[in-house]
Design a protein around this ligand. Structure first.
Ligand SMILES: [Fe+2]
Ligand SMILES: [Fe+2]
Length: 266
């Protein structure tokens, strides 16, 4: 893991995961350096990752006031309980559903929860953060963040893309990826992560971009893509094609065994 500033007031805690057959997926968490500091997601839970140490490079964990959990998938909750211990004032921003999902494995303490639905806002001292439902999501608890002060959108899994190399997955700007390659990878990720998108009415799906389009973000920070700054027209246009993109089917047991056979010594 390493960290960098994507904006004056937003740090990226950058990690990645190799997904066999798909490529290298960014796994980003973020710190919004607001008057009341906000950590957005808490990274992977793999034993060799140390979220708190990476976080400590950009902020004293004890100063964190809010942990905005965009959704409780395991690539977003890795450092959650360590951070709750290290940040005694911090509360976890999630939904009723998110808290319920967490309760199936390790319940969040009720006095550390702050329930927020899409459309509602959180006052973090010097700005308001508004929750929104990204057009694509893989978990019913998903709530992205619109920072009304900086214009930055934190989109959770939406806009993610598995990329050809670890270097690209951890790049500081998605512009390092060619536009054609980025489009193909985003449509692949849409099919993998949100397979329901192939069943939706494209016109109704397009309407779901309204909140984001109206917000007109100055930057889109996805958990699974390097930061996108500037014009996001191409990003939106790509995902509008997701309903008609090629569905994804993962390798089955026969394919797995064929793959493993290639690795056997002669
Ligand atoms: Fe997810
Ligand atoms: Fe994710």
């Amino acid at each position: 893991m390493h960290s960098y500033r994507a904006r004056q007031d937003v740090s990226v805690l950058s990690d990645h995961l190799e997904v066999p057959g798909l490529g290298f997926l960014a796994v980003n968490a973020f710190v919004i350096h607001a008057a009341q500091p906000v950590v957005v997601d808490t990274g992977l839970g793999l034993p060799d990752r140390d979220f708190l140490t990476c976080l400590a490079d950009v902020i004293d964990p004890a100063d964190v006031r809010w942990i905005w959990l965009t959704h409780p998938d395991r690539d977003h909750t890795g450092g959650l309980f360590a951070l709750l211990d290290a940040a005694p004032q911090a509360r976890v921003v999630t939904t009723f559903t998110g808290a319920g999902i967490m309760s199936a494995e390790r319940p969040l303490p009720m006095n550390r929860i702050y329930l927020l639905n899409p459309g509602q806002s959180l006052d973090v001292g010097d700005r308001r953060l508004t929750g929104f439902r990204p057009p694509l999501f893989d978990n019913p608890a998903t709530v992205g963040v619109l920072d009304t002060s900086s214009g930055v959108c934190l989109s959770s899994d939406c806009f993610g893309a598995p990329l050809p190399t670890a270097t690209l997955a951890t790049a500081q700007d998605a512009a390092d990826v060619s536009p054609g390659e980025l489009r193909a990878a985003q449509l692949l990720w849409a099919a993998v992560d949100s397979p329901w998108v192939h069943t939706v009415d494209p016109a109704k799906f397009a309407v779901s971009f309204g909140t984001l389009r109206d917000f007109s973000p100055t930057a889109v920070l996805s958990t699974h893509l390097p930061p996108v700054t500037g014009d996001s027209t191409a990003l939106f246009a790509t995902l509008l094609d997701a309903p008609s993109a090629c569905p994804f089917t993962g390798p089955d047991q026969a394919a797995l065994e064929a793959m493993l056979h290639q690795f056997q010594p002669a």
